[in-house]
Design a protein around this ligand. Sequence first.
Ligand SMILES: [Cu+2]
Length: 127
Amino acid sequence: MLNNIIAIVAVSFITVGVIWAIGNFTHPSQESGSTHKGLLLIAQDNLFNRTNPKIFATVYRPEKLDILNKDFVRHDFIVDKLNINTAYLSSEQDFPTAIASSKPGTFEYYCSLHPMTMRGEIIIRPG
Ligand SMILES: [Cu+2]
């Protein structure tokens, strides 16, 4: 009986280890290799990163965020409740900022020049 339990525990550890290794292989962390640490949002074709992705962060864990304008028109990036405002970015201009919050919640980001198409959510999860 005890041997069975030990065997099950051992198999569980091996399984978790393999899954972890595969996960690391398919999703290499941004710290290794890439020179860009943190998140990069590219404004292009009046969208952020093509899909206006949801951005996840954790309370009390600031995330670097860089906004880069790859369009010919100006864009900005604003999150009112997180006090983020890049001001107008011209073509090829970027603005490094950060997501930081002491409280969880969902916060809307948008471009003030194209608020109908360039908008998404930042979700701050409890720590
Ligand atoms: Cu815009």
